[in-house]
Design a protein. Structure first.
Length: 60
C-alpha cells in the first residue's frame, strides 16, 4: 500500500488515501475524510511507483 497526500477538490483540505500499488491503473470513488464528498480517484503505477495521480469532484 502507498499513502498519497493531495488536496480535496471540494473543501481544499489536504487529505491522504492508501493506494494499492499492485494494480497498475485504477479508477474508483472514495469519500473525502474531511467533508465526506465523493472524489473520483485515478492513480497509475509503474514498477510499484506512482507515476500519475488525479482526483476530481463528481458532478451530481
Amino acid at each position: 500500500m502507498f499513502e498519497h497526500f493531495f488536496q480535496c477538490p471540494y473543501c481544499w483540505e489536504e487529505i491522504s488515501m492508501l493506494l494499492d500499488s499492485s494494480i497498475t491503473e485504477q479508477c474508483y470513488v472514495e469519500d473525502c475524510e474531511v467533508c465526506c464528498n465523493p472524489i473520483e480517484v485515478h492513480p497509475r503505477f509503474e514498477s510499484n511507483e506512482l507515476i500519475a495521480f488525479y482526483a476530481r469532484d463528481i458532478e451530481q
